[in-house]
Design a protein around this ligand. Sequence first.
Ligand SMILES: [Zn+2]
Length: 231
Amino acid sequence: MRFLKTLKAFILNTLFPPVCVSCKKEGEFLCMECLKKLNKKKINPVYRRTEKDPDFHHLDGLIYALDYAKNPQIKAAIKQLKYRFTKELAEHFGRLIAEKLEELNMIKGKQIILIPVPLHKKRLNYRGFNQAKVIAQEIEDKLSNITILNLLERIRHTSQQAKLNKKERHENLKDAFSMNKKCVHKYSSNNLYFLVDDVCTTGSTLENCAEVLKKNRITKVYGLVVARAFK
Ligand SMILES: [Zn+2]
């Protein structure tokens, strides 16, 4: 399996050598210069749930480093990350979030718990890594008051979300997540819980995860993503 994956990556890289999604320079999926430019942008303020907002019922807010609409190259980068098994991009994105997260006042003096959105075993085997976990790992390595906890597990394999509309997405994810019984955790009011994922498109994945956490004594749950795409 691992051999096949390496072979697949090798063939893809030979036929379609990596090209920077932003400036089209050959060599890397997102070159250092372009990454530096993205790093200069300030992290977006927390998008908070409001009464009028029908999208979020369980999620308390969303922290995102980049906006799809303002950074169209990010869309291409995320696609690469998902379909071409480019783990390096996930690492880049993790470092990007880590640098920006330090500027946020809401995390000061708090213990941050990162919960990567889990992949089903089937998809994990296919892709070889969970991009949310790789991003979370980079953040944990960079900042001191941050711990990863795999509080959630994916109990149901779901079809690809990309082709579905918002309502279908929500239905598709119903009962897909549950609390990971193997993960023992003491709840503290000084903890802030961040659900980590690569993108937030309609928010249904984060919503479904937040719902499970809130049914299990966790009171504040925020999403933490590289890019947001919804209006
Ligand atoms: Zn570039």
